[in-house]
Design a protein around this ligand. Structure first.
Ligand code: HEM
Length: 272
């Protein structure tokens, strides 16, 4: 216990859940990776979930088995991240009726009466800009996951000894006015070019899933899920804040992630 620096106290639970030391399961050692294919042969994702639920997470020595580790990574990594991103999305949309209306208009132009499909994504630049701004503004995984230097390293003049725990401050990057002017405002337009196309260079500056080879394995799934969830919701409902409980997009719930504040919202069904 205790490799995490004190500035992010909410990470204490990781050692309890995943074990501590060099074989901690959320950073598998290379020999773990080698045996993965044979260990999981024949199992599908539902088997892994059933196995996890039935057997508990850890074996007696505190090290998780390979299947447990994989199931935990996928289900642990894929549940709250998606639900909390979705909550951020509906809060931000409720707080921005103009954004909502413009996104809905674009969906109507492209899809007509049919539900949004993933193949529509290249034709809905404003909606894509909204999703990027949701990821940037929420910066859900503010510090990503901890990594560690494998050798003595010098980065921009800073010496970092081997074995140092490293966090990437994605929040600071997403709120850097050099890249995102007026960062405290929710402005999907920042991701559009003057002629209304998606600015792909700007889009690449949004990195909610991390960077490098240990970036989130669920990234594509998560982007597609958010796109469909938000798009189909906008096609069917107007989302309003409750006048008695105004939506709060400034503060966050404490925890590993920047959890959105929950307030009651009003969903009005759109009748076509
Ligand atoms: C909006 C949703 C999501 C966000 C914001 C998110 C964010 C992240 C971040 C920041 C990391 C750490 C990357 C790094 O250390 O550099 C990560 C790792 C990971 N994520 Fe996600 N994630 C999301 C959804 C998912 C989903 C849906 C899954 C599974 C289906 C998933 C599985 C994982 C796994 C297994 C890792 C560890 C990868 C590794 O250590 O090599 N995530 N995620």
């Amino acid at each position: 216990m205790g490799i995490e620096p004190p500035f992010h106290p909410s990470l204490w639970w990781r050692d309890v859940v995943f074990g501590a030391g060099e074989r901690r399961c959320w950073m598998p050692a290379p020999d773990c990776v080698d045996i993965l294919p044979s260990q999981v042969a024949g199992l599908d994702i539902a088997d892994l979930l059933r196995w996890t639920l039935a057997s508990g997470n850890c074996s007696g020595n505190g090290h998780m088995d390979v299947e447990g580790s994989i199931a935990n990574e996928l289900f642990g990594g894929g549940f709250t991240t998606i639900t909390e991103s979705f909550r951020w999305a509906i809060n931000l949309l409720a707080a921005s009726p103009d954004v909502q209306e413009r996104a809905r208009r674009e969906l109507a132009e492209v899809c007509g009466d049919r539900p949004l499909r993933l193949t529509d994504r290249s034709n809905i630049p404003y909606n894509e800009a909204v999703h990027l701004e949701i990821f940037r503004y929420s910066s859900l995984t503010a510090l990503g996951l901890p990594h560690s230097t494998m050798e003595d390293t010098t980065l921009r003049g800073y010496f970092i000894p081997k074995g140092t725990t490293i966090f990437s401050n994605y929040f600071a990057h997403h709120y850097n006015p050099q890249y995102f002017p007026d960062p405290d405002s929710f402005k999907p337009d920042r991701f559009l070019t003057a002629d209304g196309k998606l600015d792909t260079d700007k889009a690449q500056l949004v990195v909610p899933f991390g960077v490098g080879k240990r970036r989130c394995v669920g990234e594509n799934l998560a982007r597609q899920e958010l796109s469909l969830f938000v798009g189909r919701l906008l096609q069917q409902f107007e989302i309003h804040e409750d006048p008695c409980n105004p939506v709060n997009i400034r503060d966050v719930l404490p925890g590993l992630n920047r959890g959105p504040i929950q307030t009651p919202l009003i969903f009005n069904k759109i009748v076509l």
